[in-house]
Design a protein around this ligand. Structure first.
Ligand code: AGP
Length: 605
């Protein structure tokens, strides 16, 4: 995923482009660039690496412009380099692009056949050449853009500058988001509301296939068929304040600490504390379906697996959970009475969106548990089940994860009551337990010192095993993912009962084993697994509660989390795992918020 911004402004544009790209850096950060209209000509500045490298290039060679575009990149085609950084240009045209042009190779060969010379290895450059060919044939810029769009297959959000049209930035979207910001005598386009939030609160979300021309006075929007359309202008509070770190050292630390609020704000849409009722927003009837098919990627997938444990055990409703990148291609045998549920922080993950569309095309009812309420998934799913975690900037998902689990826990209670598995009294009891989660999440943050004391054991390891039983098994996989992402240490989450069927061969004194085990009905079984590890010299870090700590073997390093009901253990015990990853990342001096090779939302396959 990449971040793009376009400004037709009245102030110098360089600083505003850099400020925006820094806010968009979480979307991709291996190279960046800007282009601006200077005295009727378009000038570019590009740099490999983080935004600070581009800032240095601009300091060395300022860009004296008030109209410009900018881009921060997560490389898909063409290695990270200044030459492959956007904007990509051809003739009079400069293009910044988020997405993948799937037919770029054929288009590139066709264009080269017409004598076009390419400067980069990117797919994006073909777009610049196609638009430039249209201009050369006498088309107006928007006609040339539309003709180029009609040749493309794949996904794009575009920002386009055309030399000789100083008061114009063009944009287009298909498969990647793009918004229009309405300022006072100036206009903006950007990848999301956060991009334009500090400049304006008045934002319109472009629809699939839309393309737009912005100038100082207006935005002219056209739909996929080329007809002029209006998109509703909304007041969006995506102010810069929402994406500042405050007193925290990293966004990851801030967002781990945001979780009590994120959980509380999310539950407010699902539970009525006075009536003691749980309800899906819009009042979905879980009696109307006979199966859920959860589709997600990465951390969201692990949230879905936790949802399976809770919904099946509480509501007796069968739940399948699958990584979207597999589901979308395997011609799954789905029954018509299945509800497809996409889970996604960004609501733009390409594989999850495609899997959701696959289900919708086959007539399944669809729902989306998403944090970005204006995202593609939010708008295309039959029902929106929002998480209200607020913007999550760190590439590693933390508060969105516990917000997703909060939603799934509330839905499990709602479905159980609707399907007659629990009565109203039991529902009130379960809701009361769930409403304890924000307080216990806050209490769990206090294990920070205990976690710091054991983080060195993990930081020096080459391989780490995470074990759990029941809903702690997917949580163990999420804990392993957090560690991998932030520290580049190989880690694997495994079912504790499954370890002896192979992975136990990995255990030695250099392989720490993190066991996440509240003192629940499975604790004794897990204690046996801990003994099996220790019998082979494996160092054990046991994340448990007071009662578990009292029964733990003395050699185990303990992290004691707050005691809680099993219903909310996946929420409460997520915090020590997140803090462990964070502390190890800090210990290793890692780039915690923007680890190498990652992007916040993978909007390409
Ligand atoms: C989470 O820490 C990862 N960055 C990644 O696995 C992420 O959860 C995954 O890419 C899904 O993103 P989404 O929730 O925006 O769909």
């Amino acid at each position: 995923m990449c971040g793009i911004i376009g400004i037709v402004g009245v102030e110098p544009v360089s600083g505003r482009l850099i400020e925006t790209l820094r806010r968009l850096e979480y979307r991709g950060y291996d190279s960046a660039g800007v282009a601006g209209v200077v005295g009727g000509h378009v000038e570019r500045r590009r740099a490999k690496g983080k935004i600070r490298e581009l800032e240095a290039a601009l300091a060395a060679q300022p860009l004296d412009a008030t109209v410009g575009i900018g881009h921060t990149r997560w490389a898909t085609h063409g290695a990270p380099s200044a030459g492959n950084a956007h904007p990509q240009t051809a003739g009079r045209v400069s293009v910044a692009h988020n997405g993948i042009i799937e037919n770029f190779a054929a288009l590139k060969a066709e264009l080269q056949g017409r004598g076009r010379v390419f400067q980069s290895d990117t797919d994006t450059e073909v777009v610049a050449h196609l638009i430039d060919e249209g201009l050369a044939a006498g088309q107006e810029p928007m006609a040339a853009l539309k003709a180029a769009l009609d040749r493309l297959t794949g996904a794009y959000a575009l920002a386009v500058l055309v030399e000789g049209h100083d008061d114009l930035v063009m944009g287009a979207r298909r498969g990647s988001p793009l918004v229009v910001g309405y300022g006072e005598g100036e206009m903006f386009i950007g990848s999301d509301a956060l991009a334009v939030g500090p400049f304006t609160k008045r934002i319109a979300y472009l629809e699939e296939g839309d393309h737009v021309a912005i100038d100082h006075g207006e935005a002219r929007i056209f739909d996929a068929a080329g007809a002029r359309v209006e998109r509703p202008i909304q007041l969006v509070a995506a102010s810069a304040a929402l994406v500042e770190k405050g007193n925290y050292r990293h966004f990851m630390e801030k967002e781990i600490h945001d979780q009590p609020d994120a959980c509380q704000h999310t539950l407010a849409s699902y539970v009525d504390p006075i009536a003691g009722r749980a309800e899906a927003p819009g009042g979905f009837d879980f009696q109307a379906v006979d199966r859920l098919q959860i589709l997600a990627c990465g951390t969201a997938y692990y949230a879905g697996l936790i949802g399976k444990y809770l919904i099946e055990s509480l509501a007796g409703l069968p739940v399948d959970v699958e990584v979207a990148s597999e589901f979308r291609y395997r011609e799954a045998a789905v029954s018509p009475d299945t509800l497809a549920v996409a889970i996604s922080q960004s609501g733009e993950t390409a594989d999850t969106l495609a899997a959701l569309r696959w289900c919708k095309e086959r007539g399944l009812a669809t729902a989306a548990v998403v944090n970005a309420h204006e995202s593609s998934m939010a708008r295309e799913a039959g029902v929106l089940w929002p998480t209200n975690a607020g913007p999550e900037i760190c590439v590693l998902s933390t508060k969105a994860f516990t917000a997703q689990v909060s939603v799934l826990t509330a839905l499990a209670i709602a479905a159980a009551r609707q399907r007659g598995r629990i009565d109203e009294a039991e529902e009130r009891r379960r809701v009361a337990i769930l409403l304890e989660a924000p307080r216990l999440l806050a209490q769990a943050l206090a294990v920070e010192d205990q976690v710091r004391a054991v983080s060195h054991l993990v930081a020096r390891a080459r391989d780490v095993l995470y074990l759990g039983r029941g809903a702690m098994f997917p949580l163990a996989m999420e804990g392993a993912l957090k560690l991998k992402e932030v520290s580049y240490i190989h880690a694997e989450g495994y079912a504790a009962g499954e370890m002896k069927h192979g992975p136990i061969a990995l255990i030695d004194e250099a392989t720490p084993v993190v066991v996440v085990a509240p003192s629940d009905a499975l604790f004794e079984k897990t204690l046996s697994n801990i003994s099996e590890v220790m019998a082979r010299e494996g160092p054990v870090i046991l994340i448990t509660d007071e009662a578990g700590a009292a029964r733990a073997p003395p050699e185990a390093k303990l992290v004691v989390a707050p005691a809680c009901d099993p219903l909310i253990a996946p929420l409460v015990f997520a915090v020590p795992l997140q803090l462990l990853a964070y502390q190890v990342g800090v210990f290793k001096g890692a780039d915690v918020d923007q680890p190498r090779n990652l992007a916040k939302s993978v909007t390409v396959e």
